[in-house]
Structure formats: structure tokens, C-alpha cells
Design a protein around this ligand. Structure first.
Ligand SMILES: Cc1cc2nc3c(=O)[nH]c(=O)nc-3n(C[C@H](O)[C@H](O)[C@H](O)COP(=O)(O)OP(=O)(O)OC[C@H]3O[C@@H](n4cnc5c(N)ncnc54)[C@H](O)[C@@H]3O)c2cc1C
Length: 224
């Protein structure tokens, strides 16, 4: 498995301002910023409210040709950054690094596997024209945790499989994401891109390896 670890970078920060805010649910937001640099779909930025404070990393969730750069984040009530970030409004300044990373989308028939805010890089890849022939397997619990559901649901050429063990609804696989990976047909010759918490990535990786997917064909971005 190729894991992308970007935490050790020393970043130079640039000020940018918030241009738009979409509140997706009680605790999830998409913040748009003035775009200072171009980026590749799948890249992340480091973000902080004060240059002296430790930054947090966020996958860019907007498309490469959109005028603003967007991130999707969920507030961790006891977290250092997100409760304060959620209080910001349009026009406020933040410090942001140049985009960087190594979790890059391709034109191939890849599998995209995500849970929660781990959907962000796949949304960026989608909005950047890389969605054709992909299979997106997306795990969540309640309806509000399937960010961008309406976008993915309506894309021709995307095999979109939202998975939930608690939601019983048309269009949803009834069971956890890992249950889908264990029991449903997969084309194990493809590349599998995984994004989300360490727990989700490790569990999914183990299932994929059991299914016969080659270790080097599993590419992961771990949110920690
Ligand atoms: C490559 C990468 C990309 C990411 N992309 C995204 C993204 O697109 N969207 C997104 O929402 N998040 C993303 N993250 C996660 C993000 O960087 C932050 O970790 C997250 O937003 C929480 O930040 P915070 O400062 O609010 O919380 P933190 O202060 O980091 O705390 C997070 C949780 O850890 C607990 N915690 C903190 N310190 C300790 C400790 N010492 N011991 C035990 N528990 C502790 C807190 O109680 C809290 O519940 C990404 C992470 C990585 C590495």
C-alpha cells in the first residue's frame, strides 16, 4: 500500500480570504477561499488561523478550473482548529500553504473508497474531469454524512455505491463499506484509492488484500 504522509512538511504560509461558506450539516462546512495557486486534483493544503500555531491539513474538494479553492471539514468539538474555523465568516483571513501531495487522480477505471470527509479529494477529481469509469464506494451512517450525495448520484459514467448499515433507502447498499468490499464483485486488477480515517483505511486495505488486490495497487490518504 502506498500511504501518503504529508505531515512532516515545513510550510510557508500565504494569506487568503474566505469567499463563500456552505454549511452542509450541523457540523460540516465547505469553505471557499481566494485561490492563490493552481493544484492537481487530490492535493491538500495546510491551514492555520495564526502563523505561529500548528496547521492542519485539508484535501482540496473543488475542481481545478473553479475560480475559488474549497475544503470540506467537520468540526471536532474538542479540536484545536475546526471549532474556531467554523466561527469565521466571509472576508476573514486565514493562512494557507501551497497545495501539495501525492494522492493523484487518474483517467483509469479506479475504485474510489471513502468515508466521511474522506470524500473531498474524490469530489475534486470529479469536478476536474476524472470521474468517468470510476466506482465510488462511500461509507456513512446518517443521510447527512454522505457529503455531495446529490452530485455523485447524478453523474453518468460513475458507479456510485453509498453504503450504510443503518439507512434503509433505495440506492443505498445496506451494510458497512467493508461489508460491501468483502462480499460484492470487485475487479481486483484495478487501482484502489482509499481516503478517510486510519481505522477505515486499514480495515478496507485488509479486506482488499484478502480479496486478492495487490498491495501496490492500494493507494491511501489517511486523515489523522
Ligand atoms: C492528509 C490529510 C488530509 C486531511 N483532509 C481533511 C479534510 O479534507 N477534511 C477534514 O475534515 N479533515 C481532514 N484532515 C484532518 C484535519 O487535518 C484535522 O485533523 C481535523 O480537521 C481536526 O482538526 P482540529 O484541530 O479541529 O482537531 P485536533 O485538535 O487535531 O483534534 C482531533 C481529535 O483528536 C483528539 N486529540 C487531539 N490531540 C490529542 C491527543 N494528544 N491525544 C488524544 N486525542 C487527541 C481531539 O480530542 C479531537 O477529537 C486531514 C488530515 C490529513 C493528515
Amino acid at each position: 500500500m502506498q500511504a501518503v504522509n504529508s505531515m512532516t512538511e515545513n510550510h510557508q504560509y500565504h494569506t487568503t480570504n474566505i469567499t463563500k461558506i456552505h454549511r452542509l450539516s450541523e457540523d460540516a462546512f465547505v469553505f471557499y477561499f481566494q485561490k492563490l495557486f493552481s493544484f492537481k486534483p487530490g492535493e491538500v493544503v495546510a491551514l492555520t488561523l495564526h502563523q505561529q500555531e500548528p496547521a492542519r491539513l485539508y484535501s482540496i474538494c473543488s475542481g481545478v478550473n473553479e475560480s475559488d479553492l474549497a475544503i470540506l471539514f467537520k468540526v471536532k468539538p474538542d479540536g484545536f482548529l475546526t471549532p474556531r474555523l467554523a466561527q469565521k465568516t466571509v472576508g476573514d483571513l486565514v493562512f494557507m500553504s501551497k497545495p501539495f501531495g501525492a494522492f493523484y487522480g487518474t483517467q483509469n477505471s479506479d475504485y474510489w473508497i471513502a468515508a466521511g470527509t474522506g470524500i473531498a479529494p474524490f469530489h475534486s477529481m470529479t469536478k476536474s474531469g476524472l470521474v468517468q469509469n470510476k466506482t465510488l464506494i462511500y461509507g456513512g451512517r446518517e443521510p447527512g454524512s454522505f457529503y455531495f450525495h446529490e452530485v455523485f448520484k447524478n453523474i453518468d459514467g460513475l458507479n456510485y455505491i453509498p453504503c450504510s448499515s443503518t439507512l434503509k433507502q433505495d440506492g443505498f447498499y445496506e451494510g458497512r463499506l467493508t461489508a460491501y468490499l468483502k462480499s460484492e464483485p470487485l475487479d481486483i486488477r484495478q487501482n484502489f484509492f482509499l481516503c478517510g480515517s486510519a481505522e477505515m483505511v486499514v480495515q478496507s486495505r485488509d479486506v482488499l488484500i484478502d480479496r486478492g488486490v495487490k498491495y501496490e495497487n492500494i493507494i491511501s490518504e489517511i486523515y489523522f
